[in-house]
Write a protein that binds this ligand. Sequence first.
Ligand code: MN3
Length: 203
Amino acid sequence: MAFETPPLPYDYAALEPTIDEATMKLHHDKHHVAYVNNLNGAVEKHPELGKKTLEDLLSDLGSVPEDVRTTVRNNAGGHVNHTMFWQIMKPSGGGDPAGELAAQINKDFGSFAEFKKKFEDAAAKQFGSGWGFLVYKSGKLEIVTKPNQDSPISDGLYPILGNDVWEHAYYLKYNNRRAEYLAAWWNVVNWDEVNQRFAHARK
Ligand code: MN3
């Protein structure tokens, strides 16, 4: 298989009570695995795609053969988005960001509280399925939302942080209360990992 689903870096129940065990099991073992399987199905038809990285594929979708372009867009996107998602969370996470990222957040949003409010608001307003992302563009942090599994990588931007607002990410525990999920999610953010992604984005 060209692409593989990475194992969760912690137990399915490790993010309780913010994200419940049943949601994590379904989300990782069914949803993420399906994206990887679908992406591998496209690679079977065009084996040269298997030699590319996810970033290569998503940053140049125009070079992907047309018969699998939508499949690659949705499923390479799903794969890269979820791989990031598991890594930027951790048990006993949360708290305040530190270091360079904290300074940049204060500079661009005024305060961490203000950033959280803006991020939650943007992600709450994403109609239907999609993601809220934090990206670094022209020396500034920016909040963007994307529908489906689209990735900021396709716009030449590296996602520093992202929250999944597909119903599969929260519906079992939060039902239709997306805003409640968004507000609780900060409790499991792994700011060390997010800081590393910020350092990568600045390169
Ligand atoms: Mn998801």
